[in-house]
Design a protein around this ligand. Structure first.
Ligand SMILES: [Zn+2]
Length: 374
């Protein structure tokens, strides 16, 4: 027997329909779980739970930034309400799926922190979640509440969610999405079933960038190796800045090998080209560029697998350069860069420019010695 809706429920429904049109989770390129890249084990676990009708009432999606956690939550919300996919996947084209993609579905709540670094406070949890989840879904099969960057729920907001997590209404699903699950209260974590998303392998990421985002092969490869496994970061990467830093690093290294006539200027420019707010971070990011070049030279010099090159686009230019070196010289230069990196990350804050200078001198000596003998 279907219970007659109470006045409160009718009011809440009207408010939800009128208030829909809010933010929605990021949309995949394509539809359904098949559009997610590189998260096979998560997708398999979700599909199995959907097949067996044993989806828990609270899930915790965690893993690196930009690997598809929020997108996956959105697909799951669609799948649970899709009128075509039969509770198993999202078609992406039915009315329900389209409403959800545009933030117009009254049963799907997508919450993100307001403002950069902002917290999600208890008032929002009460108003946007707790006051709504007690009712039956208004037009879908399952109400889905997703909280992105859930580590930015402050403590009282998390506490206010506890009861809902503990005794979830049968028709609701709560998905917390975060790269930092350890920032959640243990009481919150323990009430959610965790699903871990993984960083993508560079080859998988490269193929995805090429095939789905139409990025040329060379650039896709560069982006894929530079961002360690995140589609979001690969797309956001400021390639010009990165390439600028790499050019400075290459020039500094070439100068150091020639005796370092421009050493002081090199160190200054390298430092300025680095990323980060603190000088040590800038120095470390510039040293990372130098290290990537040295590693590539080592691959080229020792006839290694070209797939291992970070700067694959420079392969032909650097092959001659690498031919003038020996693996031992490059390894010694890499040691020098590593020592600089250790100092930069050590307990005592070093002079960042001096650390770069010293690394360049030592690397130059190691490499030029080999060049003379070679
Ligand atoms: Zn659908």
């Amino acid at each position: 027997m279907v219970k007659k809706p109470s006045k409160a429920e009718i009011r809440a429904r009207e408010a939800a329909v009128a208030g829909a049109g809010g933010p929605a989770p990021p949309q995949p390129n394509g539809y359904g779980f098949g559009a997610l890249v590189g998260q096979d084990s998560v997708i398999e676990a979700l599909r199995r739970a959907l097949d067996d009708n044993r989806l828990p009432h609270a899930l915790l999606f965690h893993g690196p930034v930009g690997v598809g956690k929020a997108t996956c939550a959105g697909i799951l919300a669609q799948a649970l309400n899709c009128s075509v996919g039969g509770f198993k996947d999202a078609c992406g084209t039915c009315v329900s799926c389209r409403k959800m993609a545009r933030g117009l579905h009254p049963d799907i709540i997508w919450m993100t922190p307001e403002g950069k670094g902002g917290q999600i406070k208890v008032e929002r949890i009460r108003k946007e979640i707790i006051d709504k989840v007690g009712f039956r879904p208004y037009e879908g099969r399952r109400r889905v509440v997703m909280i992105d960057d859930a580590h930015r729920l402050n403590a009282s907001a998390q506490n206010s969610l506890l009861k809902t997590l503990e005794e979830p209404p049968p028709s609701s699903l709560i998905v917390l999405v975060t790269p930092a699950p350890e920032s959640l209260l243990p009481t919150v974590r323990s009430r959610c079933q965790p699903l871990r998303f993984r960083a993508l392998a560079p080859q998988v990421l490269q193929r995805h960038l090429e095939e789905v985002h139409d990025i040329p092969a060379d650039e896709a490869r560069l982006r894929a190796v530079l961002v360690s496994g995140s589609v979001g970061r690969a797309l956001d990467l400021d390639l010009d800045t990165h390439l600028g830093r790499r050019a400075v690093a290459e020039e500094s290294l070439r100068d150091a090998i020639q005796g370092g006539a421009a050493l002081l200027a090199s160190a200054e420019i390298l430092l300025a080209a680095g990323a980060g707010d603190r000088k040590v971070d800038q120095a470390a990011s510039s040293m990372a560029s130098v290290r990537d070049i040295l590693r590539d030279l080592l691959v080229l010099c020792s006839g290694g697998d070209p797939d291992l090159l970070v700067n694959a686009d420079r392969r032909s230019d650097w092959q001659d350069w690498a031919n003038e070196m020996s693996p031992d010289g490059i390894l010694a230069a890499l040691d020098a860069v590593q020592r600089a990196d250790d100092r930069l990350h050590g307990a005592v804050q070093p002079n960042a420019r001096l650390a770069i200078e010293q690394a360049l001198i030592e690397a130059g000596t190691a490499l030029s010695g080999e060049a003379v003998r070679g």
